[in-house]
Design a protein around this ligand. Structure first.
Ligand code: FAD
Length: 316
């Protein structure tokens, strides 16, 4: 229960970085260098995502084997259980175990996307895993307490569930099956998020809540992601970002300020003591947020990639 214990014992807020598997071998090499460099800022761990049912999925285990086993970075491997025979799940878990990895984010996964960009029909796989909770139970059965197990959580709902209370119940089921921590879907509406945290605690769920933080790096990607995840965009985000939408540098500056305010509110709320940065395999945006929150104080690494920010127009 290393991650959970570290989370409870540290007074200072901590953070982690999420990376996805690049499509090319050069991309993988670049990512190793970036992961190694970013690790020197002392995150609590890094995550490697899993490509549900896709051809890159087994590459995740190679990445985990190198980051944990060779580079020695505390690594959390995402693992999905849809469209995957149990033999493949066994393989992935064994490779993670053999590499010394002790953290898994157990997920159901989404159906694969076909060549037309449409989701293929969801088919339960031969081992009968239907939900993430089945994978959590399976990992506990097979490996006891070896792995810290995380699960996904959705403060603003999940497309397949029409009732917030039901979704909380499903989250509680994952915890009852053995989950140690949860990582949330990205969000920008901090008030909605904190209301949800209160409901999580009222539902008797006491494991750490780790918010997923998505930096804002361009206006089109910001809008696209909020639509894809079906999350609310607060009025002040639109009011400040829309007028500068054609100037990428200003969008990044304004976006950083907005995310720093959001993170500060989270850390002040008492519900959250750890920030999970969705890096999108980029370095600067996440490090700028952490630097402005004064969370990189334990290390000088990363500071050289951060340019000093001009005070933004509405702060002058
Ligand atoms: P589940 O918890 O199984 O829930 C799926 C749906 O089933 C929900 O609507 C839930 O309400 C419903 N449900 C659950 N239990 C029951 C039940 N007993 N009865 C009826 N309905 C039920 N995807 C990837 O492919 N790779 C990744 O690396 C990845 N990383 C992610 C990381 C985070 C932090 C998050 C938030 C998501 C990630 N995803 C990833 C996406 C995720 O796989 C999808 O959102 C997927 O649709 C749901 O996965 P889950 O693990 O939450 O599933």
């Amino acid at each position: 229960q290393k991650l959970q214990r570290a989370h409870e014992e540290r007074e200072d807020a901590t953070f982690s970085f999420e990376f996805f598997v690049p499509k090319t071998s050069q991309g993988v090499q670049n990512l190793y260098e970036r992961m190694d460099r970013m690790y020197q800022t002392q995150p609590e761990f890094i995550d490697i995502t899993w490509n549900a049912g896709g051809r890159l999925s087994m590459l995740s285990t190679d990445l985990v084997a190198t980051s944990q086993g060779v580079l020695g970075l505390e690594t959390c491997m995402h693992l999905t259980c849809t469209n995957m025979p149990v033999s493949q799940i066994d393989d992935a878990l064994k490779k993670a175990y053999d590499a010394g990895c002790e953290n898994i984010l157990a997920l159901r996964g989404d159906p694969p996307i076909n060549s037309l960009g449409e989701e293929e029909e969801w088919k339960p796989c031969e081992n009968g895993f239907r939900y993430a909770k089945d994978l959590v139970s399976y990992i506990r059965e097979q490996y006891g307490d070896h792995f810290d197990i995380g699960v996904a959580a959705y403060p603003e709902g999940h497309p397949e569930c029409d009732c917030d209370d039901k979704l909380l119940l499903h989250l509680k089921e994952k915890v009852d099956c053995g989950a140690d921590f949860m990582v949330t879907q990205m969000f920008y509406d901090v008030d909605k998020f904190l209301d949800w945290c209160a409901r999580v605690r009222e539902a008797g769920i006491s494991i750490p809540i780790i918010p997923g933080i998505m930096p804002i790096t361009s206006y089109p990607s910001f809008i696209r992601r909020t639509q894809w995840c079906q999350i609310n965009v607060p009025d002040n985000f639109l009011e400040l970002l829309e007028p500068v939408k054609d100037d990428d540098q200003l969008v990044r500056d304004v976006g950083t300020e907005l995310m720093v305010e959001l993170c500060q509110k989270l850390l002040d709320s008492g519900y959250v003591n750890h920030l999970h940065m969705y890096t999108m395999n980029l370095e600067k945006a996440s490090l700028m947020i952490l630097e402005k929150l004064d969370l990189l104080k334990r290390s000088n690494v990363g500071k050289d990639v951060i340019e000093p920010l001009e005070p933004l127009p509405w702060r002058k």
